[in-house]
Write a protein that binds this ligand. Structure first.
Ligand code: PRP
Ligand code: URA
Length: 206
């Protein structure tokens, strides 16, 4: 199982602010933004590069470029909270969007939107969503991305529950998960404990 726990002192500090019930919308957003930049650094660590020649003011030398285009795919809504940080490091990346909303009763994800750039089959696709709870949303999103031609996929989140990691890995064993925290469990409403509450509501102030 490819589960990467991304540990960094700044992530630990920002995650504490994100979790805190005392943090307001602005502090939550800024801290999530900071974590997403650091997460992106780790998520992209093993992307392949191709050699190129670069001309400096003093001559030519060997350089590198990313071997494939990158497509960032936030799961709406809360995934948008990670997009700014990922886009800052990957300014050239295209963005696809998947709208999924978890049914409060059945916990099944309901899809309401799917829009992708054309180069999905060639691309490194990075699916982003702060929360991996039951794993239903992320697993369905990967199903849709695979059906649309994606085959180089990785998933980045902020907080994962063990139940979500198991469910996601059972359905998509080849897709690595990057997370800043692996929490204890889900509660009876399938919220992550201790978690941060409802990521979308906290990010959008709803
Ligand atoms: C949250 C979160 C994930 C999903 C995780 O979204 O952003 O997409 O729940 O839960 P799961 O692993 O059990 O599927 P939500 O459905 O609340 O929608 P929102 O982002 O629009 O608030
Ligand atoms: N979605 C959230 O926003 N938070 C959780 O803890 C679980 C699902």
């Amino acid at each position: 199982m490819a589960l990467h726990l991304v540990d960094h002192p700044v992530i630990r500090e920002r995650l504490t602010r994100i979790r805190s019930v005392d943090s307001g919308t602005a502090e939550f957003r800024e801290a999530l933004h900071d974590v997403s930049r650091l997460l992106c650094f780790e998520v992209t660590r093993d992307l392949e590069t191709s050699p190129i020649l670069v001309t400096t003011p003093l001559g030519e030398t060997a350089g590198h470029r990313l071997a494939r285009p990158v497509v960032l795919v936030p799961i709406l809504r809360a995934g948008l909270g990670l997009l700014r940080g990922f886009s800052e490091l990957l300014g050239e990346a295209s963005v696809g969007t998947i709208g999924l909303s978890r049914d409060e009763e059945t916990l099944a994800p309901h899809r309401y939107h799917f829009r992708m750039p054309p180069d999905l089959a060639e691309a490194e696709v990075i699916l982003i969503d702060p929360m991996l709870a039951t794993g239903g949303s992320a697993s369905d999103a990967v199903d849709e991305l695979k059906a649309a031609g994606a085959h180089r996929l990785r998933f980045a989140c902020l907080i994962a529950a063990p139940e979500g990691v198991s469910a996601f890995t059972a359905r998509h064993p080849e897709v690595p998960i990057y997370t800043a925290a692996l929490d204890q469990c889900l509660d009876e409403r399938a919220y992550i404990v201790p978690g941060l509450g409802d990521a979308g509501d906290r990010y959008f102030g709803t």
